[in-house]
Design a protein. Structure first.
Length: 300
């Protein structure tokens, strides 16, 4: 308690000149922690987000920041966390001290939250489910995505109307879709091969790319299905420049079958967490050179 009181006194006496060393965790990088990043206590939440962007790649407009207090911290009432919602509030006014943690939630993609590990959890850096509203994609956003089931069925209805017979008196889109007859195995195979060839023409092996969520960069190393997914879906495998991924280039079969637990190597990368899989609309090909680590040096 004495140490905490002295830190509070330091903030009052020094104003914007005081600082604190804060750890960072991120919703997109479970298990990763940026340790002891120096923040000025006079910095506003908006300014802190600009600095966090340099470390994590999440843009400030897509960022929610939660202040997590360590156990026994006087300012946090012995622990706990809350959302830093006001852009003009300073870190000092929020009660930041050495040992606190800032947890970042990237709102640009759907979050799979769980009440088991909250923002106050030191283990995985996740966030409480009741702190973040469940993401629901509206029709306008869904219609902008490529290769959706809705677009596939619309194209099929135009090219092969004989395969799409609507039920009488059924007006809803879902009921119309359910009334369409199934494609033959040969037609499904041709459609799958066509989609795969189109994807491989756009995402060529060796091309530089980035995963839009988090600006993780690397090179295209694989284009095709994943054994762990029980349906035909095209994935992009990326060999990352930095160990910020979720795989080493392998994929593990899931399900209650004889193949359960079988690991398949789909592409080569530099090792553990140097690989990642992304869907077609999550990967952007272009001139994306490796990020310079010296651009991320702290200014104290």
């Amino acid at each position: 308690m004495a140490a905490s009181s002295s830190q509070s006194a330091l903030r009052i006496a020094s104003g914007g000149g005081a600082y604190a060393r804060l750890d960072l965790t991120h919703s997109l990088y479970p298990g990763r922690r940026w340790a002891e990043i120096v923040f000025g206590l006079g910095s506003t939440i908006s300014e802190a987000k600009d600095k966090i962007y340099k470390h994590t790649g999440t843009s400030p407009e897509n960022m929610q920041v939660y202040l997590c207090f360590p156990a026994g911290c006087e300012e946090g009432g012995g622990g706990g966390s809350f959302l830093l919602a006001s852009p003009t509030m300073t870190l000092g006014e929020a009660g930041c001290v050495d040992g606190c943690r800032l947890h970042i939630v990237d709102t640009s993609r759907e979050e799979k939250t769980s009440g088991a590990g909250g923002a106050g959890s030191e283990g995985n850096g996740s966030i409480d489910g009741d702190l973040v509203a469940k993401y629901v994609m509206d029709d306008e956003v869904y219609d902008k995505r490529p290769n959706t089931m809705r677009k596939f069925l619309s194209k099929l209805q135009q090219e092969r109307p004989d395969l799409c017979e609507k039920k009488q008196g059924k007006e809803s889109h879902s009921k119309d879709v359910s009334s369409s007859t199934s494609m033959t195995a040969e037609e499904e195979e041709k459609m799958w091969i066509s989609q795969l060839e189109e994807a491989r023409a756009k995402f060529k092996l060796g091309d530089r790319c980035r995963i839009t969520a988090g600006d993780r960069r690397g090179s295209i190393a694989y284009v095709g299905p994943r054994p762990s997914m029980n349906r035909r879906e095209i994935w992009i495998g990326i060999a990352l420049d930095e160990p910020v991924g979720s795989t080493d280039g392998t994929d593990r079969k899931k399900g209650r079958t004889a193949e359960k637990g079988v690991t398949t190597r789909l592409f080569e990368c530099n090792g553990e967490k140097y690989g990642e899989f992304g869907r077609l609309d999550e990967v952007e090909v272009g001139d994306f050179p490796p990020l310079d680590p010296f651009d991320l040096l702290d200014e104290i």
